[in-house]
Ligand binder design. Structure first.
Ligand code: EPU
Length: 430
């Protein structure tokens, strides 16, 4: 429940990157030894993946709030727990990791946010090229290497895909010979996955460019690694500060990863100042319209599209938002309309008539980033907004309510998500 009309002021610390963590936790499955991962975000997606590893036989313990030790030495090949697997998108990384370690895998079709059809054909193409047969039957994915081992190959991705790039990197790490991934995605979390694997003995080059080369190695050894900060969490606080006309220092970030967001915010009249590992965002007294198109990195991130749309509702003028990654990522617009927003959607284009005074309303968090957009709109609106289904937000934002309240927001959890109520904390801090 958000009481609107607040302006955000102060400092906020960004957590580790979700989309790096959800690939690096499965990657730990391939490590022969103990991995210590620092800057692990406390969100339900990472908690679910850690639970999956635990059920596969991994030993997991938290050394402090954000440092987790994973020991997969005793993991044996068995079916992964399906009820958890189908809830998250990133469960598909277990295909690459299990193929790498055991030569076969059985998982469910991935879950995750619903933005229309989200095929995994490029993952399958990659695994096939590495020498694995993939069979999809009754909602399950069966992956089997043809001769018990994967073999390096040259793979051209028909579509720039974060998931396919990371999954192929995982599978190729312990394959025999060299894999070359062309038209690879270049997101910061891809570099983070490669850096993690390299620090454990892998030989991966070119991550962060559109050609990634993986020379297979026989084994990975244990070690320590710190995850990069979350680009999208940082971007969400930047947009929240700008939309509410506040001034927020966002700490523990890599400003270079935020340039695509900073550039568009500056066009709205927002001041963004970069420091070594922080950005200061000062909202303008009157925000200006902008046109924005989402693209793979280093373009404007699709995951920032809903929060930015919420901001453009209160900016002056008509903005055009084009979704360049997903077929159907504007479903949440209906919820913003309940608050008085005027937005027309035609396919992948939304036209936002800005300058509206939003008013609080009961709305749904349709998915993770749409949920963040509702909270931002709620802070800008007059009156009270109730956002339902906040479990989506908890998938990717650590302590969202606590961090926003520390900046001056007025938000309360009035009804705890059922999932959280029933959930037993799977890890104990030692
Ligand atoms: N695509 C295909 N075939 C494939 C794979 C992807 O056609 O085999 C298409 C998708 O349908 C989409 C586009 O390619 O239209 C890009 O999809 P991508 O594979 O890059 O996305 P993803 O790996 O499924 C990850 C993040 C998303 C983020 C996208 C894009 C994870 C777990 N998820 O998804 O994060 O939107 O990359 O950056 O890493 C979020 O954090 O809220 C979120 C949705």
């Amino acid at each position: 429940m958000i009481n609107g009309g607040t302006t955000l002021h102060g400092e906020v610390e960004i957590s580790g990157a979700k989309n790096a963590a959800v690939a690096i936790i499965p990657a730990a499955l391939m490590v022969d030894g103990v991995c210590v991962i620092e800057n692990m975000p406390q969100i339900s997606d990472t908690e679910m993946l850690l639970t999956i590893l635990k059920e596969l036989g991994a030993k997991i313990r938290y050394l402090n709030r954000s440092t987790v030790e994973i020991d997969c030495t005793d993991v044996w090949m068995q079916d992964a727990p399906y009820d958890l697997m189908r809830k998250i998108r990133a469960s598909y990384y277990l295909i690459g990791a299990m193929l790498g370690r055991f030569g076969h895998a059985k998982t469910t079709m991935p879950g995750g946010c619903n933005f229309g059809v989200r095929p995994i054909d490029q993952h399958i193409k990659g695994m096939n090229a590495l020498g694995a047969d993939i069979d999809i039957k009754s909602g399950f994915i069966y992956a089997d290497s043809r001769d018990g081992k994967l073999h390096g190959a040259r793979i051209y991705l028909d579509k720039v895909s974060v998931g396919a790039t990371m999954n192929i990197i995982l599978a190729a790490t312990l394959a025999q010979g060299r894999t070359i991934i062309e038209n690879a995605a270049r997101e910061p979390h891809i570099v983070d996955l490669a850096n993690f694997l390299n620090s454990m003995g892998a030989d991966i080059r070119g991550a962060g460019t559109d050609t990634v080369k993986v020379n297979g190695v026989d084994r990975l050894h244990g070690g320590s690694y710190a995850l990069i900060p979350d680009q999208i969490e940082a971007g969400t606080y930047m947009v929240a500060a700008a939309a509410t006309g506040g001034e927020v220092l966002i700490k523990n970030v890599i400003p270079r990863h935020l340039e695509c967001i900073s550039a568009k915010l500056r066009e709205t009249g927002t001041i963004v100042q970069e420091y070594g590992d922080a950005v200061l965002v000062k909202g303008a007294s009157a925000l200006r319209k902008i046109n924005v198109k989402t693209l793979p990195y280093p373009g404007f991130p699709t995951d920032m599209q809903p929060p930015m749309c919420a901001l453009l509702c209160v900016a002056n003028g008509t903005s055009v938002v084009t979704e360049g990654v997903y077929d159907n990522r504007f479903k949440y617009v209906n919820e913003l309309r309940k608050m008085g927003a005027e937005i027309q959607v035609d396919g992948r284009v939304a036209v936002v008539e800005g300058g509206k005074r939003l008013s609080g309303a009961p709305v749904m968090a349709c998915d993770l980033r749409a949920g963040a957009a509702m909270v931002i709109a709620g802070m800008c609106a007059a009156g009270t907004t109730v956002v339902e289904d906040v479990r989506f937000i908890e998938r990717g934002y650590e302590n969202f309510v606590g961090k926003l309240n520390s900046l001056g927001a007025d938000i309360r959890i009035v009804d705890e998500p059922e999932e959280r109520r029933g959930r037993e904390k799977i890890v104990s801090i030692v």
